[in-house]
Design a protein around this ligand. Structure first.
Ligand code: ATP
Length: 247
């Protein structure tokens, strides 16, 4: 018996403010327990695709005007972001978005409230996150605003994990970070997938690092998928380079 994919997009089209066609004909699949990379240059449509899935495009006056999104086999095209989080689908936004005046631990706790966990579940979940991000345990009482960019990215991912997701949409985790930190973050993502079966759809401009960890990749150019394949094949394809250089 084949396992159904955790996420399937069928011909998605998103328009902002009734006129700006940001993405079109986006069909993609994320298999259970996999890491899928969504690659492309600035403005290619990566964030829009993720926001369409998580329901956040709506909040920015974006609208899915065509297509269907299935999560765990169910149509979630019009499901609200809050309901999706309850079902285990969560997005980590580009730019990290920590609460600067809250401590690292308080930031993490904000990720859990939707499930109203017991005190015991909460501390178990925190311990799990500290296991993967030992640096956050050391910093748990520090104000998030005083931590480094890499640590804030870890807080943002950790906060998403507090809701015990099955699928995480990760937008540009490498943005503005030193190569060593980027590597560390991707290695943790990979470990989370291996140990806990969490699936990841990762939007990245940094194709080199994303392809090292991804199983499969889609390349976006001008709002459309122009190439796809297993990560190794994509890594060797000339079209990948072309799409980054604008054809
Ligand atoms: P980046 O890495 O720079 O975020 P991206 O690949 O994620 O790039 P998107 O942010 O999805 O690309 O942008 C795709 C297109 O949609 C761009 O032309 C962009 O200007 C447009 N766009 C994105 N957000 C909005 C918005 N809120 N309102 C209007 N147009 C938008």
């Amino acid at each position: 018996m084949s396992i159904s994919p955790i996420l399937q997009l069928d011909n998605i089209e998103v328009i902002y403010e009734k006129v700006i066609l940001a993405v079109r004909h986006i069909s993609l699949t994320v298999s259970q327990h996999s890491i899928v990379a969504l690659l492309g240059a600035n403005g290619a449509g990566k964030s829009t695709t993720l926001k369409a899935i998580s329901g956040l495009a709506n909040a920015q006056r974006g609208e899915i005007v065509a297509g269907r999104i299935a999560y765990q086999g169910r149509d979630v095209t019009d499901t609200s972001p809050g309901d999706l989080v309850k079902q285990g689908l969560v997005q980590v936004l580009e730019g990290r978005h920590c609460f600067a005046h809250l401590t690292v631990e308080e930031n993490l706790l904000t990720g859990s409230f939707i499930h109203k966990p017991s005190r015991e579940q909460l501390s178990q979940q925190l311990e799990l996150i500290y296991h993967y991000f030992p640096r956050l345990k050391l910093l748990r009482k520090s104000l998030a605003g005083y931590t480094s960019g890499g640590e804030q990215q870890m807080v943002a991912i950790g906060r998403a994990l507090m809701s015990r997701p099955k699928l995480v949409l990760l937008d540009e985790p490498s943005m503005g970070l030193a190569p060593q930190i980027v590597e560390e973050i991707f290695a943790i993502v990979n470990q989370l997938r291996q140990d806990n079966g969490v699936s990841f759809l990762v939007a990245e401009q940094n194709a080199t690092v994303a392809l090292r960890y991804a199983d499969y990749a889609y390349v976006l150019e001008n709002g459309q998928i122009n190439n796809q394949g297993d990560a190794q094949t994509i890594n060797q394809s000339a079209e990948l380079l072309a799409s980054y250089l604008g054809g």
